[in-house]
Design a protein. Structure first.
Lengths: 120, 113
């Protein structure tokens, strides 16, 4: 059974960088596609981006200029960075696994989520 | 981006009753080359992450009770719970995965009358 656990600061100041790590157990991150999804009262569920088995990334155009996703296979972790955050980035952030049934973007495993508040 | 619109935003139903949630996409989700609709449904209980219920518009994920069913094609889809149970109180979301970025509906809140 795959388990995902988000970790990182719960409070980030405006204009600073949000950084979250997802630790995966029960599966090798080298064998699957991983995404970050956030949920806010204002925008609902929003897909942020993904990293694939080759380390290639794909981002939501709405965030592309401010987002970076990377992986550390030695630790079986992947990381999200959002630069120059504003209050609009306040949300619950989930790390998720894409289905293994093919190249399709539905998500069959989710972390519990972590609330990040952007405030001074 | 493909816009997903759900209706209603909320509904209150008695235990044992049937309920339906609608999801409409701004573009067809039917991919002609495999004749599949690229639509998933999720359930989110309070304080929990979303849980996958259905993919390909009508295929139940392993372990999902058969009272949950999905139907529809093209731009119009439905999630049906045939007999509402207390544990089904949750928010429900549809999601398209035909084109990037994947996008979600705004959600439908289901409560017990």
């Amino acid at each position: 059974q795959v388990k995902l656990q988000e970790s990182g600061p719960g409070l980030v100041k405006p204009s600073e960088t949000l950084s979250l790590t997802c630790t995966v157990s029960g599966a090798s991150i080298s064998n699957h596609y991983w995404s970050w999804i956030r949920q806010s009262a204002g925008k609902g569920l929003e897909w942020i981006g993904r990293i694939d088995t080759n380390g290639d990334t794909n981002y939501n155009p709405s965030l592309k200029s401010r987002v970076s996703i990377s992986a550390d296979t030695s630790r079986n972790q992947f990381t999200l960075k959002i630069y120059s955050v504003t209050a609009a980035d306040t949300a619950i952030y989930y790390c998720v696994k894409r289905t293994t049934l093919g190249p399709y973007n539905w998500f069959d495993s989710w972390g519990q989520g972590t609330l990040v508040t952007v405030s001074s | 981006d493909i816009v997903m619109t759900q209706s209603p935003d909320s509904l209150t139903v008695s235990l044992g009753e049937r309920l339906t949630i609608n999801c409409k996409s701004s573009e067809s989700l039917l991919y002609r080359y495999n004749n599949k609709d690229y639509l998933a449904w999720y359930q989110q209980k309070p304080g929990q992450p979303p849980k996958l219920l259905i993919y390909w518009a009508s295929t139940r994920e392993t372990g999902v009770p058969d009272r949950f069913s999905g139907s529809g094609s093209g731009t119009d889809f439905t999630l049906t719970i045939s007999s509402l149970q207390a544990e089904d109180v949750a928010d429900y979301y549809c999601q398209q995965y035909l084109t990037a970025p994947p996008t979600f509906g705004q959600g439908t809140k289901v409560e017990i009358k």
